[in-house]
Design a protein. Structure first.
Length: 212
């Protein structure tokens, strides 16, 4: 069952978080943008209100929350309400697909990633962004998980766990960058990303479609 209730009921709080944490938000955007292919056709899975898709130039998206996607549509984005495990999209439709923290909320990550593989064209790229559970911020989120409106039902992953999932679901040629160094309250200006993982809390993986 899609975990949309926290976002449906607290949409404004979600938007306000990004306003209050503008340097964090823009640091994450900068790291993701590094992997966004220019002039290619892309889609965001778990597009939410469009806070990432819009500035990254992604016009299409999928998300189960009608309340969140109302805002995405107001931002001029094309959105379909559906879950990541059952994408209403034909095979080989996109050059790249993006997920930003969405993997933490899907019921079946393996099926969701296989669906991403299916809708990608040959040699298409999957860009997977998330908070590493073994990082500073990841550990803070886990500690406060039961008290969090948005993360109470989330399942956090380490980078190594997601690399294994990507290999299992038909992806290769991995590239990784990381950002958000230190606690969230320490980020008061836009940070530059670095290659690899293990130091930054926000990790972005780019992986090329290999096979189903």
């Amino acid at each position: 069952m899609a975990k949309t209730k926290p976002f449906d009921e607290n949409r404004d709080l979600y938007e306000q978080w990004f306003i209050r944490n503008d340097a964090v938000y823009k640091s994450e955007l900068k790291a993701i943008e590094h992997f966004i292919p220019k002039q290619d056709k892309g889609i965001e899975i778990g597009i939410g209100s469009g806070l990432f898709a819009k500035p990254l130039g992604i016009k299409d998206g999928v998300d189960p929350s009608e309340r969140m996607t109302e805002l995405a549509k107001r931002r001029g984005l094309n959105v379909v309400n559906a879950i990541a495990e059952e994408l209403p999209i034909p095979d080989s439709s996109y050059n790249f697909a993006l997920m930003v923290t969405t993997i933490c909320f899907v019921d079946n990550p393996v099926i969701a990633i296989r669906e991403v593989n299916r809708i990608l064209m040959t040699d298409g790229h999957f860009i997977l962004a998330f908070v590493d559970k073994e990082s500073i911020v990841g550990k803070e989120y886990l500690k406060m998980k039961e008290e969090s409106i948005f993360y109470r039902d989330a399942v956090f992953f380490s980078t190594d766990e997601l690399l294994s999932l990507l290999s299992e679901t038909g992806f290769k040629d991995i590239e990784i960058v990381q950002t958000i160094f230190g606690s969230l309250e320490d980020v008061n200006k836009i940070q530059n990303f670095k290659t690899g993982y293990g130091k930054g809390s926000f990790v972005v993986i780019s992986a090329k479609k290999d096979k189903i």
